[in-house]
Design a protein around this ligand. Sequence first.
Ligand SMILES: [Zn+2]
Length: 165
Amino acid sequence: MPDWLTHIVIAAVVGELFSVRKKSLLFFGALLPDILPKLVLLRLFIPLPALDYTLLSAFHTPFVLFLVTLLIAPLFRYRYKIVVALITLGALTHFVSDALLQHFSGGVALLYPLSLKHYTLNLVWPEQSYLILLPALFMYGLILIVKRENREAKNYGTRRTAKAD
Ligand SMILES: [Zn+2]
């Protein structure tokens, strides 16, 4: 997995591209696939029953995470469909950016439960996630600049027509 900062920046790029207003839901969705499988780390702080926690890795698949999203969406004080759509979009950015990496475990089971095949593009090692972060930061900055230029051009046009009237 790329580090969580990289996941957040990629989600921010997608949020700016689609002009998403509730970016927090997008960011939540971008981190959720990694948060749920790591719930087992709670045993470092509190005693947990001796169970097989490898099942938690199922949360790191798009299908299971979508089911979780359907269940947790009512917890948010926003329209249900929008919450589901934004968390799912954020999670998709997570799975796609995870698929860019080289994995020891074979990649991401993108089509689970239809297929157990793990997919990966084998582009960068997880410790090289700056190779994803830096272009993502550049794209984010570029999108912000272009959006600001467009907004200023629109405002300038509005002011000119208001002056002409
Ligand atoms: Zn991940």
